[in-house]
Design a protein around this ligand. Structure first.
Ligand code: UT7
Length: 325
């Protein structure tokens, strides 16, 4: 079960008004087409492990644990501090989780659902009692602030949960469903900086170390798959949209969430949308949305929750759970 949750966003705000001064865009266009008003971005020198550390320390304390109680750290991110060592190693050191091993999980915007499912397997098998899952991204480090089609969308942030063994009959992670469709790789990627195209003067001149996105292709895939995977998961568990207490989608675009949940028949009052304040923080959107649901009283112990995500890859994920605290 999810035993605790904490989030962290850097204090600095990047508003639509700020972006109007940087590229040819308007507050109105951004708000209408994406639902975003502002996003948080880091100051220079602040990395993904710094954001992840803040969320991790709070999540462990909120679970009534100490870092030494954590057996495994899984960090979902597409913006690791560096190619290696992994961000999980960096966070392990920064929080002093001396008994933990760990690794990074690369699934872009599905990183949180993938990491949660992975953590759940280690707890369900009895291998670990407490697993720390961190979803953290410094998207501002890979965004081209000259490209209006991508720079208005993304923000930085982190969320962390502790996944612990459930009491018999108590709240727990009930089921999951995941997919990849590798044929969609070209629609959303960062072309250079890996083994295919190592950094060179040419890759820098061609601005290939930034996110490139075919927005409409991703949009259509996200609407279709968010609905499809959530429906499959609910049907397999004998549930309809009316049985769900809260639907928490990855926050990529308000219109994607609204279109997918409308098709699913989920009442809008059960759908969390907080993209307005954070933008798309990639691996951190779902914990940030869960945190808003908890603090606003919309999510309580025992509630039936569906998480859903679609991201670069393409990666697709959904998790069904009863909220644990
Ligand atoms: O989390 C990972 C997954 N990512 C996503 O799920 C993102 C999915 N895609 C989207 O959210 C949307 O496709 C975008 C927000 C990226 C773009 O919205 P859209 O409604 O699909 O716009 P579009 O790409 O069809 O562009 C419409 C027009 C174009 O102008 P013309 O060709 O019609 O003259 C664009 O050049 O809007 C223009 N445009 C902008 N105008 C003002 C694109 N970006 C901007 C901008 N400000 N920032």
């Amino acid at each position: 079960m999810i035993a605790s949750l904490a989030t962290y966003v850097p204090p600095r705000l990047l508003t639509n008004a700020d972006l109007e001064k940087m590229v040819e865009t308007t507050d109105d266009w951004i708000l209408q087409r994406t639902g975003i008003r502002e996003r948080h971005i880091v100051d220079p020198g602040v990395a993904t492990s710094d954001l992840g550390k803040e969320a991790a320390i709070k999540a462990i304390a909120n679970a009534g644990l100490t870092p030494a109680d954590i057996g495994l750290i899984i960090v979902g991110t597409v913006t690791p501090d560096m190619m290696f060592p992994s961000t999980a190693c960096l966070i392990q050191h920064k929080i002093g989780a001396r008994n933990a091993w760990g690794f990074d999980l690369s699934a872009a915007c599905s990183a949180f659902t993938y990491s949660l499912t992975t953590a759940c397997q280690f707890v369900a098998s009895g291998a670990h009692e407490h697993v720390l899952v961190v979803g953290a991204d410094v998207m501002s480090s890979i965004i081209d602030y000259k490209d209006r089609a991508t720079c208005v969308i993304f923000g930085d942030g982190a969320g962390a949960v502790v996944v612990s063994a459930a009491q018999v009959g108590g709240p727990q992670i009930l089921d999951f469903e995941h997919e990849v469709d590798g044929g969609g790789g070209g629609a959303l990627c960062m072309p250079a900086g890996g083994s295919l195209k190592p950094a060179s003067h040419e890759t820098v001149d061609q601005r290939q170390h930034y996110v490139k996105q075919d927005g409409q292709t991703v949009f259509k895939f996200a609407v279709r798959k968010t609905e499809e995977i959530a429906r499959r998961l609910m049907e397999r568990n004998g549930l309809t949209a009316a049985d769900i207490d809260l639907f928490v989608s990855h926050q990529a675009n308000r219109r994607i969430i609204q279109a997918a949940t409308e098709k699913l028949g989920v009442d809008p009052s059960k759908v969390i949308i907080n993209i307005e304040r954070y933008g798309n923080t990639t691996a951190a959107t779902i914990p940030l949305a869960l945190n808003d649901a908890v603090t606003s009283g919309r999510l309580k112990k025992g509630d039936l929750v569906v998480l859903a995500s679609v991201g670069a890859g393409f990666t697709v994920g959904a998790v069904l759970l009863r909220w644990g605290f």
